[in-house]
Design a protein around this ligand. Structure first.
Ligand SMILES: [Zn+2]
Length: 201
């Protein structure tokens, strides 16, 4: 009985997260990656979600998922938006304390997916004109966790967070005060006094 209950609550969490991801217009591939549900179950869930929400318009994105970290540095506005999102990721404990190998496979989990949604929803509320889609946010979280193409940086003067590209020698500047950014300490430890400890995936 107990096993059945546990299994039921685990499935329930998966479905709840999947509905949240559908609302954020995540691609099927992204929903599968974070919830572990099959494409077939996701499609059924999507159909019943649309029915239950009275045909509310949820766009479904086709084509490839984001792959270019250069997107986040494309304009000053996007850089500011990304710095905001990175700070919220750090606050919610979305990012692991250590860089992950195979982050696309090892970062996603239901628990982290919930944190990612919490962080993304907060970003949408606090950003002036949010420019970053959920797909790009999920891609950013994985890219930061891997740390190969983009890394978390912090400002020693104003404690702002930003990001840098480890492949170039250029030192990124803090968007708030212009100070050169430095590699940030592990994000989970930084936020320990401000938020509940991040559950480990
Ligand atoms: Zn600064």
């Amino acid at each position: 009985m107990r096993v059945t209950d546990d299994r039921y609550s685990r499935d329930r969490l998966r479905y709840d997260l999947a509905v949240r991801l559908i609302r954020h217009e995540a691609r099927t591939q992204t929903i599968r990656q974070w919830t572990g549900l099959t494409d077939d179950r996701i499609r059924k869930l999507y159909r019943s979600y649309v029915r239950a929400s009275d045909g509310a318009c949820v766009r479904r994105h086709r084509g490839k998922s984001p792959r270019q970290v250069s997107f986040f540095a494309r304009s000053r506005t996007l850089q500011q938006d990304t710095a905001c999102l990175v700070a919220v990721f750090s606050m919610f404990g979305v990012l692991p304390a250590q860089r992950l190998s195979e982050a696309a496979r090892t970062l996603p989990s239901v628990v982290r997916g919930e944190l990612l949604c919490d962080a993304y929803e907060t970003y949408r509320r606090i950003a002036h004109e949010p420019q970053i889609s959920f797909e790009h946010a999920a891609f950013l979280a994985i890219a930061l966790a891997a740390g190969n193409e983009i890394r978390l940086q912090s400002c020693r003067r104003c404690h702002g967070l930003g990001f840098g590209d480890p492949l170039t020698l250029r030192t990124p500047e803090c968007l708030s005060c212009g100070e050169p950014l430095r590699p940030a300490p592990p994000p989970v430890r930084r936020t320990a006094t401000h938020a509940a400890p991040a559950p480990m995936a």
